[in-house]
Ligand binder design. Structure first.
Ligand code: BMA
Length: 333
């Protein structure tokens, strides 16, 4: 269904002109005549799971394969703290925001919007920011905890902005944990409401733990083509990785098709993974066997490019054709 690009990994720490170690989970868009990528950089020592910090870097490209990294990170923790200050009480202190990570880019009506996760003293939240140049950001909203993996649809639906998100239920959740994908909508990107569940982990045959939105959905004639990530956890099988206590969660890329007019309705789902960890750069690294897509683009000729974090260590690209992906999605059983 998808072919791994021969240039993989298309971005890694050695491509960065600043301290970088794990370079992964990158949002990608076409904007102002070029390809733009905002990636997560966990910096520290190679081979060591204890990192010194996380920031977001920027890379640009003429062809979506060969990337040039901007000389400095574009979002450091201190910038995020300063920029988000108006969205929470001052008395929570400078340390309230602890980490920024996992960016996704969606261009909606010509506006470049970035969704990313923030760890806060009160739990994990999702942020929406707007940018003109991908170097400086205006922060529009901070979600209540515990929620993340937010992706915006590339156009308004029924007059409203729409996003997929992945809350973490704490009470009354299924055993084993089965975190689902939800949807919500907003008139202005600030006030989010009408939350509804869309897809459960138990709908996905290759997830026994959690699923989440991956890259922002892409419009096709058959529906919104929507990459997801799906997690299979087996504590008897230790996977590759740098975690001293071991790593046991395999992350697959999956694919759903959502109704164009009402994306809370699932039209189809791939019953098998869209991409399963197999290549060396997917199996070995910080967290082996992790495929975590954060960007998908549809070319005019029907070509699909899926950009994904591999082993939480590098960025990789896989390509395919939109017709094959649509045909692989079948109605929920
Ligand atoms: C998820 C997130 C992602 C990461 C994945 C695999 O929970 O933290 O950033 O890629 O785990 O480690």
């Amino acid at each position: 269904m998808l072919k791994r690009h021969p240039a993989n990994p298309i971005l890694q720490h050695t491509d960065c002109p600043f301290p970088a170690t794990m370079v992964f989970n990158a949002g990608v868009a076409r904007f102002a005549g070029r390809y733009v990528m905002v990636f997560r950089n966990d910096y520290g020592r190679w081979g060591d799971a204890r990192i010194d910090g996380t920031n977001l870097g920027l890379a640009t490209s003429a062809d979506g394969v060969k990337w040039t990294v901007h000389p400095r990170p574009v979002l450091e923790l201190e910038q995020a703290r300063a920029g988000l200050r108006h969205l929470y009480p001052e008395r929570f202190g400078a340390g309230f925001i602890k980490r920024v990570y996992d960016p996704r880019i969606t261009v909606v009506e010509g506006r470049a919007l970035l969704c990313f996760a923030v760890d806060t003293a009160h739990g994990i939240s999702g942020v929406i920011a707007e940018t003109e140049d991908f170097e400086s950001y205006r922060f529009l909203s901070l979600s209540a905890p515990d929620n993340r993996n937010m992706v915006l649809f590339p156009e308004r639906i029924g007059g409203e902005f729409v996003r997929l998100e992945r809350p973490f239920p704490v009470y009354m959740r299924a055993e084993p944990e089965a975190f689902p994908i939800w949807i919500s909508q907003s008139p202005d990107l600030k006030y989010w409401g009408r939350q509804r569940p869309v897809l459960g982990a138990d709908d996905v045959p290759y997830a026994n733990c959690k699923i989440g939105p991956a890259a922002p959905p892409v419009r096709t004639r058959a529906g919104w083509l929507t990459p997801i990530h799906a997690v299979w956890k087996d504590e008897r099988t230790r996977l590759g990785g740098w975690e001293p206590q071991g790593w046991f969660k395999k992350y697959f890329a999956g694919l759903a098709l959502l109704d164009l007019a009402d994306p809370s309705k699932v039209v189809g789902l791939m019953r098998t993974p869209l991409l399963a960890p197999e290549a060396g750069y997917e199996l070995e690294g910080f967290r082996g066997s992790a495929i975590f897509p954060c960007g998908m683009l549809l070319d005019d000729d029907g070509g699909i490019r899926l950009y994904y974090g591999a082993a939480d260590t590098v960025v990789a690209l896989a390509t395919g054709h939109v017709d094959d992906l649509i045909a692989a999605c079948v109605p929920l059983g």
